[in-house]
Design a protein around this ligand. Structure first.
Ligand code: NAD
Ligand code: UFG
Length: 337
């Protein structure tokens, strides 16, 4: 079966390429490389020993997308492509809405023209905003509070309307919690451009000596040690969750929504300790003020995915840190340009 991965050269997409190829699927990638490098796909080929068909195209360009669907029989699409920085989305809301929503509309229109109606969407736990209670269930109120999060919510609504208009579409909305880690080979991993916003790439860069210290954003939250709590999930568990989500979708499941998380919270201080243990390096840190827009504690109830997809995260924090460190120490400057 041929699976189209939009944004497949990126962090989660490249790991999902590996998981899909290992399950016997053929993958076709469309990516405009605005936040990734094509070498990630060569490394996927190296890991799996199977070819990745790659089109360096912008998903907002309808003719280019059509040409891919004309050239290949596609069974389903997994739609990762999108811009994902919360801070940048606040500065450039129009760019975020234009890119994320237009890319999705173009993809859906071309899929419809070709009768391809199996769709897996990369949503985010950010659609829940500041949750009233944790763990968060899929039915919790949606209240994203930045343009990035709202673009995810709007796309979820567009896809829901699409399914309502034509129930032969099968659509899975996958809400990810905090992906981290890397493939255990150390050949693919997270390669943020510029200064990382997220905790794990920042810690990794401190450990490898690229940055002097970590700023811990707040130690006065109502959490056990005062620092922010998140549900970190190994990127390979997330990739395997996509395989299950895709299989469910292709079995004719209609419209479904799943949290992909571990169900366990980990604080910033716990993460620093785990990374120090896994890497054998010291992580100097300084307590700074709270980061605007951060919520105190955030973790999934992943029981629906376990019940309906037969999927649960298997890897723990130590394995996430060990794999993140292997990637960072083998590739201190990320992918070669
Ligand atoms: P990433 O930036 O590494 O991957 C996204 C890919 O999409 C990049 O390779 C980029 O070049 C490509 N892209 C963007 N716009 C495009 C366009 N118009 N046409 C073609 N390609 C385009 O990000 P990631 O961490 O792998 O995230 C993948 C998806 O998962 C995103 O939609 C993101 O919003 C979502 N997500 C990520 C996280 C996270 O913390 N990493 C959490 C929740 C949800
Ligand atoms: N943190 C620090 N120092 C840093 C970076 C982060 O202390 O340098 C703290 C944050 O304050 C927070 C925790 O580490 O308590 C995690 O922060 P991240 O930036 O790694 O992750 P977020 O939970 O803020 O957000 C991420 C993505 C969002 C996505 C969300 C849920 O950036 O796009 O996970 O999936 F929506």
């Amino acid at each position: 079966m041929n699976i189209l991965l939009t944004g497949g050269a990126g962090y989660i997409g490249s790991h999902t390429c590996v998981a899909l190829q290992e399950q016997g699927y053929s993958v076709i990638v469309i990516d405009n490389l605005c936040n990734s490098r094509a070498v990630s796909l060569s490394r996927v080929e190296e890991i799996t020993g199977r070819p990745v068909i790659f089109y360096p195209l912008d998903l907002c360009g309808r003719e280019g997308v059509r040409s891919v669907f004309k050239r290949h029989h596609i069974d389903a699409a997994v739609h990762f492509a999108g811009l994902k920085s919360v801070a940048e989305s606040v500065e450039k809301p129009l760019t975020y809405y234009q890119n994320n929503i237009d890319a999705t509309l173009t993809l859906c229109e071309v899929m419809k023209e070709h009768g391809v109606k199996n769709f897996v969407f990369s949503s985010s736990a950010t659609v829940y905003g500041n949750p009233e209670t944790v763990p968060i269930k899929e039915g919790a109120p949606l209240a994203p509070f930045n343009p990035y999060g709202r673009s995810k919510r709007f796309i979820e609504e567009i896809l829901t309307d699409l399914h309502q208009s034509d129930s032969s579409w099968n659509i899975a909305l996958l809400r990810y919690f905090n992906p981290m880690g890397a493939h255990p080979s150390g050949r693919i991993g997270e390669d943020p451009s510029g200064v990382p916003n997220n905790l794990m790439p920042y810690i990794s860069q401190v450990a490898v000596g690229k940055r002097p210290e970590l700023l811990v954003y707040g130690d006065d939250y109502p959490t056990p040690d005062g620092t922010g709590v998140r549900d970190y999930i190994h990127v390979m568990d997330l990739a395997e969750g996509h395989v299950r989500g895709l299989e469910k979708t292709m079995s004719g499941a209609g419209l479904t929504t799943y949290n992909l998380g571990t169900g366990k919270g980990c604080s910033v201080k716990e993460m620093i300790a785990a990374f120090e243990k896994a890497s054998g390096r010291r992580i100097p840190f300084k307590i700074a003020g709270r980061r605007p827009g951060d919520v105190p504690a955030y973790y999934a109830d992943p029981s629906l995915a376990e019940k309906e997809l037969g999927w649960r995260a298997r890897r723990g924090i130590h394995e996430m840190c060990a794999d993140a460190w292997r990637w960072q120490s083998m590739n201190p400057d990320g992918y070669p340009s």
